[in-house]
Design a protein around this ligand. Sequence first.
Ligand code: HEC
Ligand code: HEC
Ligand code: HEC
Ligand code: HEC
Ligand code: HEC
Length: 619
Amino acid sequence: MLIYLNFILVSGAKSLAGRFYRRIRKFLSMSHIALAALIFSLLWSDAVLSAIPGGEKAQLAPAGQGQGEGAQAPAVNEDHRALLEQVEFPSAQECGGCHIDIYREWSVSRHAYAQTSPTFLAYQATLVKLTNGTLGDFCQRCHSQTGMSSSEAILTSNSKRDTVSKEGVTCIVCHRVAGEYGKISGRLPLESGDIYKPVYGPRPGDELERVLAAQKGRPPKVHKEARHLEQVSESGFCARCHDVRLVNGFRLEDAFSEYKQTPAAKRGESCQDCHMGPVPGIASEYPHAPAAVVRGTPSKPARRTNHMFVGPDSPLVHPGIFPIDPEAQEFATPEQWITFDYKAGWGTEEFEQGITDSAADQSQFTGIWQDQDERFMAREIIDRQLELRAEAHARGTALLRNGYGLGEIEVVESGDALSFKVQVKNLTDGHSVPTGLIAERNVFLQVSVTDQKDQVIFRSGDLDPNGDVRDSHSLYVHNGDMPLDEQLFNLRSPFMVHAAYGGEREQVLPANYSFDPLIFMRPSPTPALLMGGIRDIRLQKRSIEANGYRWANYRVAPEQLSGHGPYKVNVKLVAGQLPPHLIHAISGAGFEYGLSARDIGDRMVELYRVLWERDLVIN
Ligand code: HEC
Ligand code: HEC
Ligand code: HEC
Ligand code: HEC
Ligand code: HEC
């Protein structure tokens, strides 16, 4: 019958007005499909099924299912379910189409960097290996939420990962979780689905409704709803990831727990107030600005929060790769970007004018960079990226200066020996300084005493050739090439593990690998996924509590004094990122983006920031 109807229509087509015909044709062909489906489902009846050898329904049900509800479901439905359940998350770049400024801020943040980070990846790979895989997805839970949710392979190169999982803590990680979770170490139930799914934000979505209602033409691709989630504006929201708590009670990171005890918390100041406001590290009035621009029309100005979330850390990777920039991604692959020598000045007028057509000059360029126009265009992108990085770095310095204070140098003794002390203060009452990953953060004093002949007679906090302070983890100290810095003042909190006979020792990695704590079995008898590491480990906390201070005491022994006084004392408070000795310890896993341990170590040294400096002349 269907074929017949179709025939009449097709043959009569010429006599009907084209447009009208196509409408009817479309309608009918749709009803064909519906009809066909109906007939098909009728045919697929018990009668037909039983006619097929072995075609009983029960046999089509997935293996292992009994007579319950599931028993009715044919295997093909299982396949469909799997398809429907496929996880899907929109990229920050989709959100950035309207939330332009927020995207720009986020793109340079540590949140955007969380999965790109070569140090994170190498550290994770090292621990996964040392725990024989039992660490599972522990690290991804906070560093790549969408990677965790879609069960992406843990030890995969970033080049093989999904675009969204590479975005680390991307927009929807914070804005598509409906529940009010607190400290759950990052295992968040993200709501999967396309861009139309609702988002959860700091206010009811009436402005979104108004903006969408005003749109003419095709509706924009956007969340259809913006729901209010109170916790988004509370510190408990950050606690989802900023308290790294292991089930064995090991408190790896404590930012939220520290904060809960502080005067700032009592005053009602939140993490957001200090970390998303205009002044880094100090609660201040938020600006009012549009949160989105939809087809050229900005939304009504309202409280705008800064999504840079600046912290002390700066990126290590090539500026073509980070900040996460759609144009940079379009322009070249990460593999291509790392061969673009921006430091040598490629693409700048100055550099390019000095380039001749000679083979010697041209041989430095490979692949797409052989074309000078490409180099000029790449340079524009790089300059913009570097500018954004510089902006974040400057805000990071401002944050640190609002967190650490250095008092005047006070002389204690200036007779046979020389003694002095200096106060290091926590200027914030929001949490301890440093907070967070305190096992890996060097914040130390660099001290020198110089005599009248410009001879340095005393040093502390100076660096070994790797860029480490001279503590027991310095390879140079370890190998006996440099003396231990006995008077070092460093706020880094080491990992302590139990040694074979009761004592404790410092260890670089929180995993079972060292030889002397023999009581541990290797591999661990407990899964690291549950325990988050070895059982018998703790942090020796050295951070300075909220509003607290610490004295650093120095003594220059009589035999060190040259006799050519007066002596000049110089003290610098230096803040760093990961210590180079850690880079060494995780380097066996290799680093992404063509970086060597040496590249990273050098960059760590470059990134030591002198926050404050004091001088004093002692007669
Ligand atoms: C087509 C434009 C458009 C796109 C794309 C878009 N948004 Fe929005 N969004 C808006 C507008 C308009 C508002 C309302 C602005 C306001 O509340 O001031 C809004 C509001 C929000 C809010 C605040 C809700 C509130 O009021 O508390 C959040 C959070 C948000 N969007 C997140 C996202 C995320 C995440 C994405 C990507 C998955 C995204 N948006 C994509 C236009 C867009
Ligand atoms: C680490 C979590 C986090 C990430 C990642 C994040 N946001 Fe937010 N966002 C917040 C918090 C917290 C607030 C609300 C702060 C407040 O009001 O106290 C917020 C507020 C907003 C708002 C409301 C307007 C404003 O300025 O406060 C919009 C819109 C928004 N976010 C969009 C985005 C988009 C788009 C991205 C990705 C480019 C993103 N967010 C990434 C945590 C996050
Ligand atoms: C989904 C997990 C997650 C949530 C939620 C989250 N963060 Fe983060 N945050 C991270 C991770 C992971 C990093 C470090 C990434 C890296 O450097 O590799 C980070 C880094 C930071 C840094 C930078 C630290 C540095 O070393 O420079 C700041 C500041 C920060 N977060 C503040 C916040 C605040 C405030 C909130 C709440 C509004 C919040 N975060 C919510 C996971 C999260
Ligand atoms: C009263 C203001 C204030 C509050 C509240 C506050 N912070 Fe901070 N935060 C700072 C300052 C100042 C610094 C810089 C000093 C430092 O590096 O510790 C900082 C640094 C950080 C860092 C960088 C790590 C470090 O210490 O070097 C992280 C991560 C961080 N804060 C997270 C949080 C989280 C999460 C909360 C809420 C639980 C929070 N902060 C609440 C002021 C505040
Ligand atoms: C519960 C959430 C959470 C989990 C789980 C987690 N991290 Fe982090 N990680 C963070 C936060 C938050 C920061 C930023 C802290 C700070 O700056 O003080 C961070 C920072 C880091 C950094 C320094 C920044 C960088 O990119 O170099 C490294 C390295 C790192 N994490 C490695 C790991 C490894 C390895 C694991 C698994 C053993 C892990 N993390 C598991 C939340 C988490």
